[in-house]
Design a protein around this ligand. Structure first.
Ligand SMILES: *Cc1c(COP(=O)(O)O)cnc(C)c1O
Length: 384
């Protein structure tokens, strides 16, 4: 049914009414005092979300632009970096780094498994000449539903003394605790269509002091994504180029909602939704793709054994207007993914679990467990 589509994908995520309405206002001049006030307020809110006193810069672009900005502003041609790869996004950062002539050593783990922090420790400790300039990792690997141990890996990077940590927190920011300053992360990239509960279009790059030091030495080509220009403009609550003015309206509306809910409550909600989704799927015999105990709070990847995941996904969409995400690359048809990121409540989770059950039933795949998913999920959601 038209306009009834429920987005249970890891981006774009559902957008609240107040955030949509904010978007529909007339644009204002981006050099006006009124707009500068919005930049000032949203910058402080973004620092709150990142738990940092450092800079958080807003650019027009998707999450990939934010990550690319983080990489090209802190590194130089021929620099050696360590890149964690256990999914599609890890792979992407290897490609970006290579595109700029960076010397990438890849630390791989099988998709579905978390990156092994001990491997990072060993390589970093073995780097006596301090040649490694950065460690690039994806916190929540959206393609597999795995949460990597960013805290431990960034601790090892700090112990190395020279390298910086560049983290893709696109589906962890606003879903689980990412205390940037406390964990000593140097660059965090994120995008508006994920935990921010916004439409796509804005990217965010948070930079530590160490990241700015690296920025001064960086010789990679950049112009639109030259973050020093954004920093200079930000000191005057402004932007170097015409920003997506209307998206700023919705950014403020979304961050207001997040602040009203509070970080702790937001994280708790995502953790409950992860637990309920996982329990619901297991109860109907659908295995979770990510390794036990390493699931992402934003997304659950499910690997059904007896049915093509794409068929199930299509049926859920056609029958219930619920959009689930498919598997990427070699996981296509093997996994489907349930997004529970951003503007998602208990009802959404119960509905998604029930719709999957009803779909299995309609496909004649009732193995006697239909109904158990809802029971398991609601037990978690109603627990006191
Ligand atoms: C969505 C996503 C991105 C950003 O992708 P864009 O399409 O460029 O916004 C980056 N990393 C992860 C882990 C993501 O889920």
């Amino acid at each position: 049914m038209q306009e009834k589509l429920s987005l249970m994908i890891p981006g774009p995520t559902p957008v609240p009414e107040s955030v949509l309405k904010a978007l529909g206002q007339h644009p204002i001049g981006h050099r006006s005092g009124e707009f500068q006030d919005i930049v000032r307020r949203t910058t402080a809110q973004l620092q709150w979300l990142h738990q940092t006193e450092g800079d958080v810069l807003t650019i027009t672009g998707s999450g990939t632009a934010a990550m690319e900005a983080g990489i090209i502003n802190t590194l130089s041609r021929g620099d050696k970096v360590l890149c964690g790869e256990n999914g599609k996004f890890g792979e992407r950062w290897v490609k970006v780094a290579k595109a700029y002539g960076i010397n990438v050593e890849v630390l791989k783990t099988e998709w579905g498994q978390p990156l092994n922090p001990e491997e990072f420790r060993k390589v970093l400790e073995g780097d006596k000449k301090k040649e490694i300039k950065a460690v690039i990792i994806t916190h929540s690997e959206t393609s597999t539903g795995v949460l990597n141990d960013l805290q431990t890996i960034s601790k090892y990077v700090r112990a190395h003394g020279q390298a910086i940590t560049i983290a893709d927190c696109v589906t962890s920011l606003g879903a689980c605790d990412v205390p940037m300053d406390n964990w000593g992360i140097d660059v965090i990239a994120s995008g508006s269509q994920k935990g921010y509960m916004m439409p796509p279009g804005l990217g965010f790059v948070a930079m530590s002091n160490r990241a700015w030091e690296a920025q001064q030495k960086s010789d990679l080509p950049k112009f639109y994504l030259d973050l020093s220009q954004y920093k200079k403009a930000a000191s005057k609550n402004s932007n170097p180029f015409t920003p997506a003015v209307n998206l700023y309206f919705s950014l403020e509306a979304a961050l207001n909602m997040m602040q009203a809910e509070g970080l702790t409550s937001i994280f708790k909600r995502h953790h409950r939704h992860r637990a309920a989704t996982q329990a619901g799927m297991k109860a109907i015999g659908l295995p979770i793709f990510s390794a036990e105990g390493h699931g992402s709070p934003a997304i659950t990847a499910v690997a059904p054994k007896t049915i093509d995941a794409e068929q199930l996904r299509k049926e859920v969409k056609d029958k219930f207007d619920i959009l689930l995400a498919g598997g990427q690359d070699h996981l296509k048809g093997k996994v489907f993914r349930i997004g529970h990121l951003g503007f998602v409540n208990d009802r959404d989770v119960l509905t998604a679990v029930s719709a999957i059950e009803a779909t299995l039933q309609s496909l004649g795949l009732d193995n006697g467990q239909i109904g158990q998913g809802l029971k398991a999920a609601s037990e978690i959601l109603t627990a006191r």
